[in-house]
Write a protein that binds this ligand. Structure first.
Ligand code: NAP
Ligand code: ZN
Ligand code: ZN
Length: 351
């Protein structure tokens, strides 16, 4: 049994987002149905809908920064009841049996997790549809609890931008006494700055946008460097313990690798369409690490939300109606976002 939902999606790589109807399964025993209140706009939504990762199935309904209210629960649901706030991030299922799943790293599932959109739908066939829609049905094991004290709209982007920056910094033990670089002040980057500051590091932001310098400092960076000025960048040569690269487009990673000190680590979370060339000597001397990181597991995502509640951390957002989504995407591509668009899903009801 299924229920129709209203959604916004694209029917081809070159088409604009437009209203469309999709089907959601009726909740099974362990499922909950969520009325989506807010959905963040991640740059991955654009990469995916425009087939920049060369694996998109259409129609594509993006959205994986979801906050909403529980409207139905299956007979065996224990974590949620009707009326509760809840949140869904980038995955809605995984195999649950491989070593990664068993150790709470479902995002690295050996068989790949079921992503919130553009993954095979185990229940209805076809593929999954994301949060640019009125409601979604998800197994409660992949749903997060939303702390009560946080602004709901500003919480939505924590489900991707938040966990994607929190997880690698926890993994590489960012903390007091360390010098940490954040590259790119977009949705991910601005959360990277907030978390690095909250973890007690000395934070240096690298931005290509001179207009973002004041915001970088306001968000918590101790220093902001406009990265088009190579002389200013090279003042930080061999000085960083850790750098988080949050850039969505082609850029020279060697520039930043050269800023790492002995045994320093740079983690790539940005996912540009094309490969990024790495010069051997950016890594060899002095013994640097270039690593990657993808979102975070369910338990760690809950830990991140609880950390945010404790430290009063949310995203800086611009709330938009669904009708403005195509304009918002164009602005995102032009680096014109302060610092995450969030869709007020009530606007979809009138479409
Ligand atoms: P975003 O809001 O568009 O931010 C990207 C930032 O990168 C921009 O604000 C800009 O910062 C910088 N930038 C853009 N074009 C650039 C260029 N040509 N050269 C240098 N810098 C440039 O995007 P986002 O939503 O934060 O996502 C960032 C990337 O992370 C995307 O590729 C996304 O797909 C990926 N992502 C990965 C994961 C994961 O699990 N690893 C999760 C979510 C997203 P400045 O203006 O400050 O220079
Ligand atoms: Zn995302
Ligand atoms: Zn697995």
């Amino acid at each position: 049994m299924t229920t129709p939902a209203k959604a916004f999606g694209s029917s081809a790589a070159t088409s604009a987002l437009a209203p469309m109807g999709i089907l959601r399964r009726d909740p099974k025993e362990k499922d909950i149905e969520i009325e989506i209140l807010y959905c963040g706009v991640c740059h991955s939504d654009i990469h995916q809908a425009r087939n920049e990762w060369h694996n998109t199935v259409y129609p594509c309904v993006p959205g994986h920064e979801i906050v909403g209210r529980v409207t139905k629960v299956g007979s065996q649901v224990t974590k949620f009841k009707v009326g509760d706030l809840s949140a869904v991030g980038c995955m809605v299922d995984s195999c649950r049996t491989c070593p990664s799943c068993k150790s709470g790293l479902e995002q690295y599932c050996d068989s790949w997790p079921t992503f919130t959109y553009n993954s095979a739908d185990k229940h209805l066939g076809g593929h999954t549809f994301g949060g640019y829609s009125t409601h979604i049905v998800v197994d409660e094991s992949y749903v997060l609890r939303v702390p009560k004290n946080l602004d709901l709209a500003a919480t939505a982007p924590l489900l991707c931008a938040g966990i994607t920056t929190y997880s690698p910094m926890r993994h590489w033990k960012v903390g007091p006494g360390q010098k940490v670089g954040i590259v790119g002040l977009g949705g991910l980057g601005h959360m990277g700055v907030k978390f690095a500051k909250a973890f007690g590091a000395h934070v240096v932001l690298f931005t290509t946008s001179p207009s973002k310098v004041a915001d970088g400092l306001r968000l918590g960076a101790h220093e902001v460097v406009v990265s088009t000025n190579q002389e200013e960048v090279m003042k930080h040569y061999r000085s960083f313990d850790f750098i988080l690269d949050c850039v969505s487009a082609q850029h020279d990673v060697n520039l930043y690798l050269n800023l790492l000190k002995l045994d320093g680590t740079m983690t790539l979370v940005g996912a540009p369409e094309h490969p990024l060339p790495v010069a051997a000597f950016s890594l060899l001397m002095p013994r640097r690490k270039f690593t990657g990181s993808g979102i975070g597991g369910i338990a760690e995502t809950q830990e991140m939300l609880d950390f945010c509640a404790q430290h009063n951390i949310v995203c800086d957002i611009e709330l938009i109606p669904m009708q403005k989504i195509n304009e918002a995407w164009e602005r995102l591509i032009k680096q014109d976002v302060r610092y995450r668009f969030v869709i007020d899903m009530a606007s979809l009801k009138s479409v």
